[in-house]
Design a protein around this ligand. Structure first.
Ligand SMILES: [Zn+2]
Length: 306
């Protein structure tokens, strides 16, 4: 009888503990998954096939399944909003109608609908812009894989790549809306975008990039050659990152990113080899980069953004 009572009391205690823990996690907000939330007036949603129909050109690879945002993902998105708000850049997020987190192999800006879709895997604070540089470098040049433990890229301040993605996709919306870049088929220049695209792209050669950037990038076979390439990039390239040369749209979106990171966050990125800084500030100002920044600052001003 006594034993039975003890067992009962044990079960009761356990029950009380479980209820308390559940209540505490519920009210503290941690451990709560959600499919929609507003933060600082910005709308974030998990993908819902009943609600979202991405345009065919972009949405081909999006998995048509509901996404529930984990507390960690919610925190990551809020952190990026806070970072922009601290620098009075919240107005940039208002450019998109909403942000939708989806199971998709990449993030993209659905330009006709003005919706930004974020790849669920990238909604994290654990991957920095520096990590993304290294990732993109290794993706475009497999020869470097063998020595990849020797080098890295370090941003100051250290910023999450998610912030770069959000700015980059916003840049695509601006490029579509303000500069009338086309978003499918052949590139057509116009009075709004020609000053920008003429900096890095050759109209007479079917808009090939003027620097032979990807050829240079792909013909690196050693760490020494990588250092030589990055020194050239730092001094002479008109691009701001390794993915800028993928096309005019990417060029614009990346210039857009680094305009804000450089002006408002004082962001610089260094190349580290064998634990020491070998190249300081990879995106040093030169006349081409200056022209791109000037172009972007003019659109921001005249767009009545601020
Ligand atoms: Zn892009």
């Amino acid at each position: 009888m006594v034993e039975g009572c003890d067992a009962m009391r044990g079960v009761l205690k356990l029950f009380v503990v479980v209820v308390l823990v559940t209540l505490i996690t519920f009210f503290s907000g941690c451990g709560r998954s959600q499919d929609v939330f507003y933060y600082q007036g910005i709308l974030f949603e998990g993908f819902d096939p009943m609600k979202h129909q991405p345009s065919k050109e972009f949405g081909k690879y999006v998995r048509l399944e509901k996404v529930i945002l984990s507390p960690k993902q919610v925190k990551s998105l809020k952190r990026c909003v806070d970072l922009l708000k601290e620098r009075n850049l919240l107005f940039l997020l208002e450019y998109a109608d909403r942000f939708v987190v989806a199971n998709s192999p990449y993030s993209f800006a659905d330009k006709p609908q003005m919706i930004i879709y974020l790849d669920k895997e990238k909604v994290t604070l654990g991957f920095s812009i520096g990590d993304d540089w290294k990732n993109k470098l290794l993706n475009s040049n497999l020869n470097l894989m063998e020595n990849s433990g020797r080098f890295s890229f370090k941003g100051t301040p250290d910023l999450p790549n998610l912030l770069r993605i959000i700015l980059h996709e916003t840049g695509h919306l601006v490029e579509y809306d303000k500069l009338k870049f086309n978003w499918k088929g052949k590139f057509v220049d116009n009075v709004l975008n020609k000053d920008f695209v003429n900096i890095s792209w050759d109209r007479k050669q079917h808009w090939k990039d003027k620097e032979g950037f990807s050829e240079k990038l792909q013909s690196i076979y050693s760490v020494d050659a990588l250092v030589a390439f990055l020194l050239w990039f730092q001094e002479e390239s008109s691009f701001f990152s390794l993915s800028s040369s993928m096309g005019m749209n990417e060029d614009f979106a990346e210039a857009f990113v680094y305009y804000f990171l450089s002006k408002e966050f004082n962001y610089t990125i260094d190349f580290i080899l064998d634990d020491s800084v070998v190249i300081n500030n990879l995106q040093k100002t030169n006349s081409f980069r200056e022209k791109k920044f000037k172009f972007i600052s003019e659109i921001i001003e005249e767009g009545g953004y601020k």
